[in-house]
Design a binder for this molecule. Structure first.
Ligand SMILES: [Zn+2]
Length: 158
């Protein structure tokens, strides 16, 4: 398989994109774009279909290029706007459960005050959490469609 890095310069920062539009823009598969969302690309997630702001998309793709050079330490979340790992404001984060085994750690960037996201499996949460104070929440199936169909009606935090 040919590995192409999506060119963030193609993104128009003043418009927003659906998953389909973003995929078409880079000539990539919709699932690739969904994977970016799952990995922390911010979306206007109260809306259906999901809308991605151009500036978030460009910042995210730019950040991906340097991400490996700046790995997050425990308790840190990568800010795509600042392009570096940050300790969330107040040392607090929310753990948003997306499936039985997966979730996102969400905090506020202390520098740009944007939302910052870090994917964290339940198994690795303790390790990723560092000394952050974490609150738990369940989502309204926002990202459920891209996960394997797990029935979680009997899943509780207890
Ligand atoms: Zn920031």
């Amino acid at each position: 398989m040919r590995k192409r890095r999506p060119n963030y310069r193609l993104v128009k920062i003043h418009r927003s994109y659906t998953v389909e539009e973003a995929a078409r823009l880079f000539g990539t598969h919709k699932n690739t774009v969904r994977a970016w969302v799952k990995a922390g690309l911010p979306t206007c997630d109260s809306k259906r279909p999901i809308l991605i702001l151009g500036r978030d998309l460009a910042a995210y793709l730019q950040a991906r290029r340097s991400r490996n050079k700046r790995p997050c330490k425990p308790g840190e979340i990568y800010c795509v706007r600042c392009r570096e790992p940050k300790r969330p404001a107040g040392d607090m984060a929310e753990y948003q459960i997306t499936t039985v085994i997966l979730g996102n750690l969400i905090g506020i960037c202390p520098t740009c005050e944007g939302m910052i996201y870090r994917r964290a499996s339940r198994a690795r949460l303790a390790e990723i959490q560092g000394n952050l104070v974490i609150t738990f929440s369940e989502t309204e199936r926002q990202v459920r469609e891209i996960d394997s169909p797990i029935v979680n009606s009997d899943f509780s935090l207890g």
